[in-house]
Design a protein around this ligand. Structure first.
Ligand code: CMC
Length: 428
């Protein structure tokens, strides 16, 4: 027998079907709520209880601290796969065979040249521009250089636009950084792996060959995998809702990049490092900052702590904390802010304010420390997050279009003035 939920409004009962996901998550299907009740809607600011879609890409259980892409655990993927394999997995649903992976990579390389005229747009930005703003603008601008719209009924057409953006995006990432640092713009080297190529494009010194460092390649691979998807977060929902109007892939991604920029989302990795630096400059008094974070009259929040979904621990944070120790050790870097971070974490995990609210370190708490040890400038941290999240956004956009989802258009509860007769300016 099908499962049902009953809702009673002012004495009248309405039934709605319950739907279950493959992991036994339960949802009330309220598609007919408004039509059957004569206009009643639900209200849920921040969508804390609202499922916006059915998705087969990423599963996460915030209570148990589980994160899986297409059924594979994040721990296994971070340990055993590389970023391009994970990108393929997320977008197309299965881990690639060697042949599929080689073809995917070769098609990406084939599409990795960015029109030289994009440099003119980049030139118009002041050096002071934040690279997230630059990246979002250039990603949207790519539409103008590749104007044909994607025919989503053709898998080939969709594939072509996917390899195009997977190829060009790392070039834009490197250009956003190099422009800020006054370095000549680089194109990639087709002999290199995807992640190796990113590092070379970012860091190649004009006067010498770039020497690859396997520690950096492994660290970046892992970080990008950990950031690759996270179901219906703010930026992903933005990509899906923009794409739901049938706007193109590149502009949908550009809107996702803008959403990611905020300090409550991807921008937290930059904010964490700035916070740890400020604590260090202030004499390393973590207790003072803990008190600020708990003070409701102080807007300060402990950046890198808390998560909308994880209420036990963020499995990505565990992997990253271990990786931070390893990478700093391998590179021989001693960073006092790693000790400050560990001290803050320890205090927070023992503090009733954080314990009661189930606030744990999230993915961004330790990632900036690794990025800094790798020589990545702080303003590029969120850009690196975007680079990692790219395949997740693409996968979610593709799924949304293939499932022919309707345009995203929430309702509201109007709380403004009721009808007022117009008042001429002299009478106001
Ligand atoms: N420091 C101090 N108090 C906090 C924090 C924090 N970092 N996070 C949440 N709280 C408190 C909050 O004040 C509230 O307290 P009360 O119940 O007394 O009003 C309670 O905990 C619940 O917080 P919320 O803001 O209602 O929870 P949310 O699910 O809306 O927000 C969050 C989740 C991630 C936006 C929030 O925890 C936060 O602002 N964290 C800091 C920013 C951060 O690290 N963001 C990265 C998130 S992970 C990566 C990503 O998503 O990109």
């Amino acid at each position: 027998m099908s499962e049902k939920a009953t809702l009673e409004i002012n004495g009248k009962k309405y039934e709605f079907p319950l739907v279950r996901g493959t992991e036994n998550e339960v949802a009330i299907d309220i598609k007919t709520l408004r039509s059957s009740t004569g206009g009643v809607i639900t209200i849920d600011p921040g969508y804390k209880n609202t499922g916006s879609c059915e998705s087969a890409i990423t599963f996460l259980d915030g209570e148990k601290g589980i994160l899986r892409y297409r059924g594979y655990s994040i721990e296994d993927l971070a340990d055993k796969a590389d970023f391009l394999e994970v990108a393929y997995l997320l977008i197309f649903g299965d881990l690639p065979t060697q042949e599929q992976l080689d073809k995917f990579h070769s098609d990406i390389k084939e599409n990795s040249v960015v029109d030289d005229d994009v440099k003119k747009i980049l030139d118009a930005f002041p050096k002071s521009a934040h690279p997230m703003g630059v990246l979002s603008s250039l990603t949207a601008a790519l539409t103008a250089f590749n104007p044909s719209s994607v025919d989503v009924s053709s898998e080939q057409d969709m594939y072509n636009s996917i390899v195009r953006i997977m190829g060009k995006f790392p070039v834009l990432v490197s250009w956003a950084m190099r422009k800020k640092h006054g370095l000549p713009l680089e194109y990639g080297d087709d002999n290199l792996g995807y992640v190796e190529n990113v590092l070379r494009m970012m860091f190649k010194n004009p006067n010498r060959e770039y020497e690859q460092n396997p520690i950096l390649i492994n660290a970046l691979d892992k970080l990008l995998i950990l950031h690759a998807d996270h179901e219906q977060n703010c930026s992903t929902s933005t990509v899906r809702i923009t794409g739901s109007s049938h706007a193109g892939l590149f502009v949908s991604l550009a809107s996702g990049i803008s959403a990611l920029w905020g300090p409550l989302h991807g921008g937290a990795n930059q904010a964490v490092l700035e916070m740890l630096e400020a604590i260090k400059e202030d004499g390393g008094d973590t207790k003072k900052y803990m008190a600020k974070a708990k003070d409701k009259n102080d807007p300060f929040r402990l950046m890198g702590f808390g998560h909308r979904v994880y209420k036990n621990f963020d499995p990505r944070a565990r992997i990253i904390k271990k990786a931070a120790d390893e990478v700093l050790g391998d590179l021989g870097v001693e960073d006092p802010i790693l000790d400050i971070a560990k001290g803050l974490e320890k205090e927070a995990l023992e503090d009733p304010y954080f314990v009661d609210r189930k606030l744990y370190p999230n993915v961004d708490f330790y990632s900036g420390i690794i990025y800094r040890a790798m020589g990545i400038p702080v303003e590029m941290f969120t850009v690196m997050f975007a680079l990692g999240r790219l395949p997740g956004w693409i996968a979610q956009w593709r799924e949304m279009r293939l499932r022919k989802e309707p345009i995203g258009r929430p309702r509201q509860l109007y709380i403004g003035e009721t009808y007022r007769p117009f008042k001429a300016i002299a009478q106001r």
